[in-house]
Design a protein around this ligand. Structure first.
Ligand code: URA
Ligand code: CA
Length: 433
């Protein structure tokens, strides 16, 4: 096989065989096919697309480009959740203990955040002592014992995706449904998931700004999952504003505690229950979504979900007393309110802007080696549809430095206030399974 022929084939709109896709991905991973040929091929895929079989074969080739995690020693159906980005998305912190509390094993392999979207591990590490540096054996033992554990990414997972994603980033070929879908699904499958629930975000703060694109991506991923023997469901949810109120590591842990008590932000709770219900059904702990929803609500109201969070924290050397005393989590020196000088209805909140503001405070990493300040971040006081009077607080800034002017400006410019009444956005647009 020659790469040049395969580029020509795709350029002319033909369909690749599984052998051809294996050849491309293996060759690229082993540095036998150069970047310029892969770039040309990715551009051909961008314009010509891929059919369902090609997408599954490409994903499978990427899964096998590196290590795969074997979770077969964990009892039950391992269900993983993936969210396509977003700002201040606290769902994983809530869902892991919540679905584990009703018997679904959660074996979470997670990363640290880069840029303005925080990683789940960073958030958990704001809890004194919490460690994800555990052996694979310990990880499996903890999931069998408590139904939940989180481990850092240590193995060489999907190296083909890392290399290809980097290349796509600089060759204007990121925005291709088959390439995005195979990239995301290969990582989930390589980390050992039996079943997958996808939270595909849409709106200004999301990767997929339009609902039609989000739907297309969700359907592509669900099909790939099915074709590779992983039951997959997708939810398309709103990211036209940040989810919940908190953006920042310790602030999001506090928000997760409130949500597990049934006292969290309505949108965050609703999305967690929806995603959680799908996880519970795929994990075979309920037969219907309604039954699953009831199980989860009951776990929240009885205190079982919160107790499970405590067990999970303790098992990974974290200080479990933060559950009853959240004030023990890192707190910033300064708290100040960004006030509006306009009266009206909140029409828009640019999520990315708030994410960047939180990063400027130190809640996220500007570069891979930046240190994170666990205490800092933003607490939203107003969301889309809310009415505000002059002088009302839009956001409370939790800060440890004096560089607040720039941050305040960013926050103010993220909010649009209008005279006309505004309807809050729909939270869940569609369910695909
Ligand atoms: N996220 C991924 O992991 N891969 C893509 O290709 C796009 C977004
Ligand atoms: Ca949040």
């Amino acid at each position: 096989m020659r790469m040049v022929d395969l580029i020509e084939k795709k350029r002319n709109g033909k369909t690749h065989t599984k052998e051809e896709l294996d050849f491309i991905i293996q060759g690229y991973t082993n540095d036998e096919i150069p970047d310029y040929q892969l770039s040309a091929w990715a551009m051909a895929v961008f314009f010509q697309g891929m059919d369902e079989k090609e997408r599954a074969a490409l994903t499978d080739a990427m899964v096998h480009s590196g290590d795969t995690i074997d979770l077969s020693e964990i009892n039950g159906v391992k269900v993983d959740k993936h969210s396509t980005g977003g700002v201040g998305d606290t769902t994983t912190l809530v869902l892991a203990p919540l679905v584990a509390s009703v018997g679904v094993p959660v074996a979470k392999m997670s990363g640290r955040g880069l840029g303005h979207t925080g990683g789940t591990i960073d958030k958990l590490e704001s809890i004194q002592g919490f460690s994800v540096e555990i052996t694979n054996e310990k990880f499996i033992q903890l999931v069998n014992q408590n139904k939940v554990a989180v481990i850092g990414q240590t193995q060489n997972l999907t190296p083909a995706d890392k290399k290809l994603y980097g290349l796509r980033d600089v060759t204007a070929t990121v925005d291709s449904i088959p390439l995005i879908a195979s990239s995301i699904m290969s990582k989930k499958i390589a980390s050992g998931a039996d079943a997958i629930v996808l939270d595909v975000k849409t709106g200004a703060g999301a990767f997929m700004k339009e609902l039609s694109g989000a739907k297309e991506l969700a359907e592509a991923m669900v099909r790939i999952g099915r074709n590779l023997g992983r039951n997959t469901s997708a939810i398309i949810s709103d990211m036209s504003q940040p989810l919940g109120f908190a953006i920042g590591n310790a602030l999001e842990v506090k928000e997760a505690i409130m949500t597990l008590k049934g006292q969290g932000p309505k949108d965050l709770q609703e999305l967690c229950i929806e995603l959680g219900s799908h996880m519970v059904v795929l994990g075979r702990q309920a037969n219907t979504l309604e039954e699953a929803r009831e199980l989860l609500m009951e776990s929240i109201h009885s205190g079982k979900a919160l107790e499970h969070f405590k067990t999970f924290i303790k098992a990974q050397n974290g200080d479990p007393s933060i559950i009853d005393n959240p004030e023990k989590l890192p707190e910033s020196k300064y708290k100040l309110d960004v006030k509006t000088d306009k009266e009206g209805y909140i029409a828009d909140i640019v999520a990315d802007q708030l994410g960047i503001a939180a990063m400027m405070l130190g809640a996220g990493r500007a570069t891979k080696t930046s240190e994170i300040d666990m205490a800092v971040g933003l607490e939203l006081r107003k969301k889309i549809g809310d009415f505000v009077k002059k002088g009302d607080s839009l956001v409370t800034v939790h800060s440890n430095n004096n560089l607040v002017d720039e941050v305040t400006e960013k926050i103010k410019s993220a909010y649009t206030i209008t005279e006309e009444k505004v309807t809050p956005p729909t939270l869940i647009y569609e369910i695909i399974n």
